[in-house]
Design a protein around this ligand. Structure first.
Ligand code: GLY
Length: 343
């Protein structure tokens, strides 16, 4: 393909644009505000094992493959980044009651390899997470997972794309404009907007609220691992950043409403404080809501949609995780005209 237009400048769109441009095509990204959607809100967990769930085999395989690509992807991107991209190595799961402990066993059964996701003695978990509340029922860990600073990743991708000759058009694309876009191929990477741009894909927005906290001068430091907790049936994650943590996330079906609701956010923070009480002393610096572009089976669509149109969208909870593998697969699909349907 000589020229490729990518619709959507989030992390997935930029990963696709960067990969395609480095294979020799002329690439244009069209997005009114690159990185302003789910890419900006995300926690940044690169976590195929922790996110594993029975019946989601295709998503799991794709996630494991992408985790394998992440170290190299991050190493190359680091040259364009304003700070360290990888903010944590390893994830520790804490379960507060019996039901929470049973859920960890369900995840472990889906992964089926205790070296990748396996039980951890509560005493070992507490050593890995200084300051954690001692009353936990069970723990598990995923030592090979990482976490990244989503905003640094996005900034680095923008710079890397520019260095690779990608051009940007800050315009909104409507469904009626798709046929008019220039390019030998058009790749739809529009996140939650894919729901309206290509309704036939069945993508729906699933809202999530995320809180950013900053460590104050007298506070305990952020954990060095991602901490994921199940607190009496609810889930919370705490993802380290250089100067604090990202706490996420609520999850509910809610059309296109990105208003932040107090009740669910208070519950989220309450759950985080239950397992990491020292976070109460941190500064609250930001609360955002984003829309996860979610498919019925939770696996993304990386597929030829007909004519010049291809899709690389519908990454749900896993856009950051799946960015490298999506870049590679979308580039293979478009440049070699290999058409692979993932769902
Ligand atoms: N990736 C985690 C979330 O969507 O909340």
């Amino acid at each position: 393909m000589k020229s490729v237009t990518v619709v959507g400048g989030g992390t997935v769109g930029l990963a696709v644009a960067w990969t395609v441009a480095r294979r020799g095509s002329t690439v244009t990204v069209v997005d009114p505000r690159p990185g302003s959607g789910a890419s900006w809100v995300a926690g940044g967990m690169i976590a195929p094992y922790s996110e594993a769930w029975p019946g989601e085999d295709e998503l799991y395989r794709l996630g494991v493959e992408s985790l394998g690509l992440w170290e190299g992807f991050a190493r190359e991107l680091q040259a364009f980044a304003d700070g360290p991209l990888i903010t944590a190595r390893g994830a520790v799961h804490l379960a507060v009651d019996d039901g929470d402990a049973a859920e960890l066993e369900t995840v472990a059964a889906a992964v089926a390899d205790p070296a990748l996701f396996g039980p951890l003695r509560p005493s070992a978990a507490l050593r890995s997470v200084p300051g954690a509340a001692p009353r936990i029922r069970a723990a598990a860990h995923a030592p090979q997972e990482i976490a990244v600073d989503n905003r640094l990743v996005h900034g680095a991708l923008l710079a890397a794309c520019r260095a690779a000759g990608v051009s940007f058009r800050e315009e909104t694309v409507h469904a009626t404009d798709l046929d008019d876009l220039t390019g030998d191929a058009v790749i739809l990477c529009a996140g939650a907007d894919s729901a309206t741009l290509a309704p036939e894909l069945g993508i729906r927005p699933v809202k999530g609220e995320v809180v950013r906290l900053r460590r104050g001068p007298t506070c305990l430091p952020p954990p060095t691992v991602t901490v994921r907790a199940r607190v009496r049936g609810r889930q919370v994650y705490v993802v380290p950043r250089a100067d604090g943590v990202v706490v996420g996330a609520t999850q509910y079906e809610n059309d296109r409403d990105v208003a932040v609701r107090i009740g669910p956010v208070v519950e989220l923070l309450d759950d985080a404080f239950t397992v990491l009480p020292f976070l109460r002393e941190y500064e609250l610096i930001e609360v955002n809501a984003g829309l996860r572009p979610t498919t019925t089976g939770n696996a993304p669509v990386i597929a030829h949609l007909g004519g010049r149109l291809f899709g690389a969208t519908g990454h749900g909870r896993n856009g950051l995780l799946l960015a490298p593998v999506t870049g590679r697969r979308a580039a293979d699909m478009v440049l070699r005209q290999e058409v692979q349907a993932w769902n």
